[in-house]
Design a protein around this ligand. Sequence first.
Ligand SMILES: C[S@@+](CC[C@H](N)C(=O)[O-])C[C@H]1O[C@@H](n2cnc3c(N)ncnc32)[C@H](O)[C@@H]1O
Length: 234
Amino acid sequence: MRGWIVPPPKEPTKSREKLKEERQKKIKWLIRHRYLRSERIRDAMLMVRREDFIPLLYRDYAYLEVPFPLPGAEATISCPHSYPLFYEPLGLNKDHKFLEVGLGSGYGTALAREIVGRDGLVVSIEIDPLTFEFAKRNLERAGYNDILLVKGDGGIGYPDMSPYDRICITAACKEVPPPLIEQLRCGGRLIAPVIERGIQYLVLLEKSDKGLKEWTICEVLYVSLRGRYGVTEE
Ligand SMILES: C[S@@+](CC[C@H](N)C(=O)[O-])C[C@H]1O[C@@H](n2cnc3c(N)ncnc32)[C@H](O)[C@@H]1O
């Protein structure tokens, strides 16, 4: 039971033009519903073609508020509103060094790359080899060749490029993996779905020399984090 209804797979029929129209409408909807506020995130969402990150048989549904299954054991491309839901409170911005745990389709990664710009850096880690290859192909085809893609357990982070200005975990965890907090720069922020008594909450952390400040944003529904800090140990 996943908690959402996925429309039936079908051969794609929509033109690029039609999908562009749907993308522009979706952005207006996100602004109207106050998910999307900053110009940089809006421009990135206008720029990146979400349909290029969706499995072919779901491509026509790219702008529906539905997460779609991806190749791999337990991966989905999240629904469109999830990206500003995470990136707005995170304050993801120009020049940031950004770590994403859970590459999925690569769509959120491409958005992040547009937001941080050419002087920023995006590192993304995916644990599932099939999902990893799917995302890598999508990103290459869309022309994103300067993102550091790592196949492995994102719970242990990627210390080589730390400290990060911003970290985003796109799978639900019991607690934020301690290595990720370590790899966050002082003054940096991390966002993640965290499970408390069976319910997932989107939690924002800010690190300072005095410790961690924490805010709970809303309830969410994400696939579970795997690996060493996963919900069920592997
Ligand atoms: C909700 S999906 C990510 C959606 C993605 N943001 C997108 O735009 O398509 C969560 C992803 O986290 C991955 N994942 C789960 N545990 C992980 C871990 N320990 N390290 C790295 N990736 C992990 C899953 O395989 C899945 O691809």
